[in-house]
Structures are given as C-alpha cells and as structure tokens.
Design a protein around this ligand. Structure first.
Ligand code: PLP
Length: 401
C-alpha cells in the first residue's frame, strides 16, 4: 500500500527544486519562485491522470471531504449518507461541516449497499459519500443513478483507491466530485495531503477560494491583497514541498499498482484452496488497485479458526470487525456523543438537545459480512519470503478446516 516504499531520486529532485527557490507557499513570491509552481503542477498532472476537468489540492484527505462538501453547499440541517465501513475521517468531516452522518450497510463489495442506500434517503439528504474502501470500487454507477434520480450530489471518498478504475474510467470521476488522501500510509503519499477532482468549473473555483480564506481566484494563481472575497473560507492550502512529492509519486502510481496486483494474485491463488472461501466482490477486477486482499469464510467461527491457523504460522490477517477505526459498532465516541465543545456540538444543539443518537446495532448485514472477512494488506515491494510465508499459512488453513 504505501508509496514510501518507492521514494527515490525523483522525489529528491522535486524537493530540491523547491528548496533552491526557498518558496514553500503555493501563491505569490513572483520572481523568487523562478516559475516553479509545484502544487499547481501536481493539480494539473492529477486532473489529467484521472481524466477530470479540475483538481484542487488541500492539506489532507479529511480536508478534501470538508472542502468538497462546502462547495456542494452542505451544512446544518442536512443529512449526508455514507457507509458504516470507512475510516472515521469520512463522518468526522460530515459532522465538522454541521451536517448529520447517516450510515448504510456494506455488501460483499465491502462498500455501500445501493439497496440500503435507497432506504436511508430522506428529504434532508443533501449528499451521498460512497467510499472506495481497501483499494477497490463501490457500485458507483448504481449509486450515481439512484442519487441523480433524486437530485442528490455524490462525493466519492477515493482516499484508499487512487488509480482505481471501472472500465478504464477513474474512480472519483463518476460523482460530482472525488476526494483523495496522500497521507503517510496511502498508495501515493505526500506525507500529508489531499485532492478533490471535479469536472464542474464553478465548483472547482469555489473550492479553490474556500480553501484559501475566500481569496478571489478569478486568476489562478491570483495576486493577493487587493482582491475581494465572495464568501468566507478557511485555510486548507497544500505547500510546495507536498506538491513536489505529489508530482514524483503520481508518476509512479501505475507501477505501484502493477506490483501490488502481481503480489495480490499470488495470495489469492493460495487462499483459493480454502474450502468454502469467497472473495470480495470486485465490480471491475481490472481496475482494482490491489492495496488489500480480502476474502470471506462461511461464518464467524470458521473465520476465527482460519485466522488462528494463519496467526500460528506467522501470517495473521486483519478482521475489520475487530478494528476500532474503520467500522461503525466500535466508534464509541460517535455513539456516546463525545466532544470537547461545552455545548455538546456537533452531537447536541446549543441548549443540550441531542441532534442525533446512534444505535450500535444499526448495521447487522455489515456486521455479519465483516465478522467473516479476513484482509491482508498488500504492499509494493513484498519479498518472495513474505509472500511465501502468507501462502504457506493459507495452505495450512486450507487443510485445517
Ligand atoms: C485516509 C482516509 C481519509 C482521510 O485522509 P487523511 O489524509 O488521513 O486526512 C478519508 N477517508 C478514508 C476512507 C481514508 O482511508
């Protein structure tokens, strides 16, 4: 999964370009920057790579979600639907913008279940955020169709699936916009960083201004100081060192994905020998970024047994129903409404009335699926020895059940 495995001369050269000018800010600094605009160049490269009209760089994948929702007009009084299997960042951003997160089940794609989505839409639904979890695609075409028929925006949280595609079309380009994360453990990384892509020029301009305190960006990059403001914003600006890293990492993304696919193929062949095993449903296997390998057993008991054998043989897998950062029932701070705000916001209104209460038992289908799913992270430079260890542990598990 992590792009740090392939840091090399290309990243050094890019960073060196920035240090030579001494300009870390993406805007201004006229002559001193010697024509170098790394963040801008990264945005253009990224938009082109994805086949999107525009890209807006920001400080993180979480900020990308927030900036995108701001541009979609999301705020208090709105509901935003996402899936109960995602990283906490997805719903943190929804609460932070003042809206209420509503959670759907996941199906065997390990992503949003479109049937459950239909049931969760209300008059208050302003936006739907399917997440392309663990490197692979949600049923995004069905989700976009459901949303379009009700005139609701779709934001694709593509933090874990940069470079993923369906029939050659990039994830993040199906909805109104797509967001990405380049944090330290993502497939391509800038240390911290994020991106939003869209083909809507107006939306991009609004994101560009919002992420930069509302500075008028009629000319982008614009002059600063004398220009006006159309609305309030915030600061989510990416810096030049991150842009420089992004240029070098994006150029390696396809090669990283290729290696992961080759490694994943070997793990899959070994796991296929387990009686009754099923693999995660992939809408388009060709477009999987292969950052993870997920497979399902028949039930929870069998899953535990298999993972015990894997563990005894030096290759324990992740069971996300036991991972507290990615699955709804274990988010105790969400269920308890824990917040630093004295008023209880965002879980309570000023005055103390709860805006929303979550039932930890809300998602039984997801709980069932995740309780019998095992996951191996797939990295770029897995050694033969590492792969052999996992494959031989899978072989032992196949014999044990
Ligand atoms: C990593 C991640 C984010 C947040 O990205 P950061 O850059 O770490 O803020 C959002 N959504 C998902 C699904 C993620 O995996």
């Amino acid at each position: 999964m992590p792009g740090f495995e392939v840091f090399g001369e290309e990243e050094k050269k890019q960073i060196y370009d920035v240090l030579e000018t001494g300009v870390l800010f993406r805007y201004e600094f006229g002559e001193q920057r010697k024509g170098i605009h790394k963040v801008l160049e990264f945005e253009r490269d990224f938009a082109k790579y994805c086949g999107a009209g525009y890209a807006q760089a920001v400080t993180s994948g979480t900020a990308a979600l927030k900036v995108a929702m701001a541009a979609l007009g999301v705020g208090p009084g709105d509901e935003v639907i996402t899936q109960g299997f995602t990283f906490v960042a997805t719903w943190e951003a929804i609460l932070d913008i003042g809206a209420i997160p509503v959670f759907t089940e996941v199906d065997e794609t390990l992503n949003m279940d479109p049937e459950d989505l239909k049931k969760k839409i209300t008059d208050k639904t302003r936006c739907i955020i399917p997440v392309h979890m663990l490197g692979a695609m949600a049923r995004i075409e069905e989700i976009v169709e459901i949303a379009a028929s009700r005139d609701i925006a779709v934001l694709e949280d593509t933090a874990q699936a940069a470079g993923g595609t369906i029939n050659g079309r990039h994830l993040g380009t199906f909805g109104d916009c797509g967001t990405f994360s380049f944090d330290s453990v993502k497939t391509m990384t800038t240390g911290e960083g994020g991106m939003i892509i869209t083909s809507d020029e107006k939306m991009w301009r609004n994101m560009s201004e919002y992420h930069d305190h509302g500075h008028d960006h009629v000319v982008n990059p614009g002059g600063r100081g004398g220009e006006g403001r159309s609305f309030i914003g915030f600061n989510y600006r990416m810096m030049e060192l991150q842009g420089a890293m992004g240029i070098a990492q994006l150029a390696k993304l396809n090669a990283m994905i290729e290696s992961q696919r080759a490694n994943k193929k070997r793990l899959k062949a070994a796991a296929a020998k387990i009686p009754g095993v099923k693999f995660r449903t992939l809408v388009d296997e060709q477009g999987d970024t292969a950052t993870f390998f997920a497979f399902m057993l028949e039930n929870r008991e069998q899953c535990r047994k298999v993972n015990a054998v894997l563990g005894d043989n030096g290759a324990g897998a992740i069971n996300f129903s036991e991972n507290s950062w990615h699955f709804y029932p274990s988010w105790e701070h969400l269920h308890n409404g824990s917040t630093l705000a004295a008023s209880g916001w965002p879980f309570a209104e000023p005055g103390g009335k709860r805006r929303v209460v979550y039932d930890p038992e809300l998602l039984p289908e997801s709980a069932d699926i995740l309780s019998r799913t095992l996951v191996f992270p797939v990295s770029i430079k897995m050694s033969d020895e590492q792969i052999d260890t996992i494959c031989s542990a899978l072989g032992k598990a196949a014999q044990a059940i």
